[in-house]
Design a binder for this molecule. Structure first.
Ligand code: NAD
Length: 369
């Protein structure tokens, strides 16, 4: 399986492109003794250190890796800003197949690279890296998040992400039906892995009716056993007649093909980059289906990580995650008052917070800076 990389113009002048996109820093590391080839992209530290996971992936070439790491880093800036966190946007990639290349020495060499960035970049787990890797990185740098709770970290972010989705769904229900309760609502979940599975458990406990889909039969069977959910084939999950559709697998699932077929009243899911193209924001708006923007509703994981700064406490973190409810309503209000799509409203909210952060930074530096 290959990672989806957005089609961008050929990067003849990648450094100029980085500048045009407002990146603060892109750092490369090659380490001959371990075979490490890594890139860290720091998009913005206006609101705090650039936080984002380390993706260990067999990219075809360095250009593909650079496109992916920069796109993801910028996305993290927006996600943190919209969530009201004092964290900036960053991301890292290690180029190669983790099954073949991974060694403790390579992970440690990568950790030393993170340490050399002096806290401007904070790393975390992502596709191809594990909590054990974060624990190991933590032996050579303090600029790491998501270590196990026994080591003072916040652990796996997936339960927090699922909890955030429940708060987002409550906000959507309030907006659509004037009632936040999810009991008797029908929710179709596509992808019942770590996030989707935990979401199913929450919704079942709240009395919702579930339909689930996954390409992995064992994942479906486990959720059906726990919740009694109905099952649908993954390729038609989006068309199920339901109150809510929760894409919790891969991105780009909302497209010119699937949007006209949607059977739900609203989309609220954890998958990143759900809209296949920028035009799909308008397309889903015009279809009358309410789209709760992905990076607003899946922010539970990063809100959870932010709690590490003040000494991690799960109950307090869960309290902070409930703020997603208000943020979702704020985005809907902004979309309505400005006559724009909910996706555009999310971006506007994030950009407003970034502009406020920039002003504060200028004021604290004093005149002429
Ligand atoms: P996961 O790998 O545990 O689960 C994904 C599930 O989707 C798997 O069970 C997989 O079999 C299934 N799947 C794959 N292709 C599918 C398809 N076409 N149709 C239906 N099911 C399919 O991943 P996760 O951690 O649960 O994350 C799910 C999504 O949420 C990802 O897009 C991830 O980037 C995003 N996300 C996760 C977190 C988090 O805290 N884990 C935070 C933010 C965003």
């Amino acid at each position: 399986m290959r990672c989806r990389v957005d089609k961008l113009p050929p990067m003849v002048f990648p450094l100029s492109l980085m500048a045009a996109e407002g990146f603060e820093q892109v750092a490369y590391r090659y380490d001959a003794s371990t075979g490490l080839r890594a890139i860290v992209a720091i998009h913005s530290t206006v609101l705090g250190p650039g936080l984002g996971g380390t993706r260990f992936w067999p990219y075809l070439n360095e250009e593909e890796a650079l496109i992916d790491v920069t796109r993801l880093a910028k996305g993290m800036t927006y996600k943190h800003a919209a969530a009201g966190l004092h964290q900036g946007g960053g991301k890292a990639v290690i180029i190669g197949d983790p099954a073949r290349l991974r060694s403790d020495e390579l992970i440690l060499a990568y950790g030393r690279f993170v340490e050399e960035l002096s806290g401007r970049y904070l790393t975390a787990e992502d596709i191809g890296t594990t909590q054990a890797d974060m624990n190991l990185i933590g032996t050579v740098t303090s600029h790491v998040t998501g270590r196990s709770e026994a080591l003072g970290g916040s652990g796996d972010p997936s339960p927090a992400t699922a909890l955030g989705l429940v708060w987002a769904m409550r906000a959507v229900a309030e907006r659509l039906w004037g009632e936040a309760e999810l009991a008797d609502r029908h929710v179709c979940i596509a992808g019942v892995g770590k996030v989707g599975g935990a979401l199913a458990d929450h919704l079942h406990a709240q009395g919702a009716r579930l339909t689930v889909a996954d390409v992995h039969p064992a994942a479906v069977a486990a959720v059906v056993r726990r919740t009694g959910a109905d099952v649908v084939a993954p390729d038609i999950a989006h068309a199920v007649k339901a109150d809510l559709f929760a894409p919790c697998a891969l991105g780009a699932g909302l497209s010119s093909i699937t949007i006209p077929e949607l059977g739900c009243k609203a989309v609220v899911g954890s998958a990143n980059n759900q809209l296949a193209t920028a035009q799909d924001a308008q397309r889903i708006h015009d279809s009358g289906v309410l789209y709760a923007p992905d990076y607003i509703v899946n922010a539970g994981g990063v809100i959870n990580i932010a709690e590490e700064k003040v000494g991690y406490d799960r109950d307090r973190a869960n309290g902070q995650i409930s703020r997603i409810h208000d943020t979702v309503l704020e985005v809907f209000d902004l979309a309505e008052s400005a006559g724009i799509t909910t996706a555009a409203a999310a971006d506007r909210l994030a950009e407003q917070r970034l502009a406020e952060g920039l002003n504060l930074r200028r004021e604290s530096r004093g005149p002429g800076q």
